[in-house]
Design a protein around this ligand. Structure first.
Ligand code: ASP
Ligand code: MG
Length: 425
């Protein structure tokens, strides 16, 4: 069996959903587990809704209306018969959101986020499953929360591998055993805790969901369908000239994902590597093209320079108040504060009396982190900076990419050069 993952861009409107159905049809006869993200930019829209609800930022009702309009417009493009039962089903899902909005938040910011934002995937998979049935592709819709189990680190939950593996084998494996060539449609990104609350695996986590399922079922391959031809050496949103990487080793893919290449979620590779399952990144626009292959190969394109650009960063410098060295004892305190606030460090560097870190500038998490650090340290920070990583760099490339920017921090190893940059205005 194969595991497919369709991201938001591949289901961003009715035409896109029709295209997904065509791709699935190309593989009819094969057992497929199809993992789907929320449609288009729905996760961002739900994030805004959650902030309106939890932080009273903006108008929650208007935000919800926009999400509704977007989904009902897609439904109209897919199901001309307005009496189709999918309309009622989607309506009911939105009623759940309305119930959430009626009450005051009961849990933490992160808890409430997962209960609300996860609905994006519920909506998309219900629509897609119904559409496939409508065009004669039989399939079974599965609630991913029945099989992927995590702890209660909301928004960044840790997978309970043992339990998830056994549930996936039982429920999904059982289904494919009975139905050769069967198709299962399920959500990426979302999971459940032992108390049956919804948790999520972190933004862009659907790739990881696909890998979790593939490794439990010993899938023959995973395909991530994208709006680009495969894994590129840079994000075409930020760089003009990009080249496709045809063969990438697991090792190189982990490095690229870790540094922030947005093409695959960083946690995706490990389970696939451990189970030796090849991962293809293919274009949903040209589905017959081979795309990029990530596997145990060693003759990879790994010497092609790759550029990874992470905007929206904050550079925080932490110094001791009394001029004492930043050494093992206070470093462990500093790390603890980061871990307690759930803030991951993208890059760090230390000097004698200060320690600098670059992190995603996410409020309100980062504001709280800074307050906590200020209790014991002198903290200064620089907002609106970007982190640029160049794998397999050359001096020419560095010069080209750094022009017009001031370089706040720099780190070079044999294969990788990293810079924290600020636009010179
Ligand atoms: N919908 C989630 C997100 O936008 C998960 C994903 O797309 O992978 O982050
Ligand atoms: Mg994605």
């Amino acid at each position: 069996m194969k595991v497919f993952k369709f991201g938001g861009a591949s289901v961003k409107d009715a035409e896109a959903v029709k295209n997904v159905a065509e791709i699935i049809r190309m593989y009819q006869g094969e057992s497929l587990a199809v993992v789907v993200s929320a449609m288009g930019k729905t996760t961002n829209a739900f994030e805004k809704l959650h902030r309106a609800f939890f932080l009273k930022e903006g108008d929650a009702n208007q935000q919800l209306q926009e999400i509704k309009d977007f989904h009902f417009q897609i439904l109209e493009g897919l199901f001309p018969d307005s009496k189709h039962k999918v309309y009622q089903e989607i309506h009911n899902t939105f009623v759940e959101v309305e119930w959430q909005l009626e009450d005051d938040p009961i849990g933490t910011f992160d808890f409430e986020y997962d209960q609300m934002v996860s609905l994006g995937e519920m909506l998309s998979t219900k629509i897609i499953s119904a559409y496939l049935l409508e065009v004669g592709i039989s399939n079974k819709w599965l609630d991913a929360r029945d099989v992927i189990r995590t702890d209660n680190h909301y928004r960044k939950a840790y997978v309970d591998w043992e339990l998830s593996n056994s549930l996936i084998k039982k429920v999904m494996g059982g289904f494919f055993e009975k139905e050769e060539g069967g198709i299962m449609i399920t959500q990426g990104f979302i999971a459940a805790t032992s108390e049956n609350y919804t948790s999520t695996l972190g933004r862009e986590g659907s790739d990881f969901s696909a890998a979790i399922i593939a490794s439990a079922l010993q899938a023959e391959e995973v395909v991530i369908w994208k709006d680009v031809e495969g894994m590129l050496n840079a994000d075409p949103k930020y760089f003009e000239k990009t080249v496709k990487l045809n063969n990438i080793s697991y090792r190189e893919a982990v490095e690229l994902a870790y540094f922030g290449a947005s093409v695959i979620h960083p946690k995706t590779i490990k389970p696939l590597h451990n189970a030796n399952i090849p991962l293809y990144v293919k274009s949903f626009v040209n589905p017959s093209n081979r795309g990029s292959l990530i596997d145990a190969n060693t003759d990879s394109d790994s010497l092609v320079p790759s550029y990874i650009h992470k905007p929206g960063q904050i550079l925080i410098s932490i110094a001791s108040k009394d001029y004492a060295f930043i050494a093992e004892n206070n470093l462990s305190d500093i790390y603890r504060v980061f871990s307690e606030h759930g803030v991951s460090i993208n890059m760090m560097q230390n000097s004698a009396i200060s320690f600098s870190v670059c992190v995603d500038d996410e409020s309100p998490k980062v504001d709280k982190l800074i307050k906590a650090l200020q209790e014991h340290f002198l903290v200064t920070y620089n907002k609106s900076v970007e982190l640029l990583t160049i794998r397999h760099y050359t001096e020419d490339i560095i010069e080209e990419l750094l022009s017009g920017k001031s370089n706040l921090l720099e780190q070079k190893s044999r294969n990788t050069a990293r810079f924290v940059l600020k636009k010179i205005s």
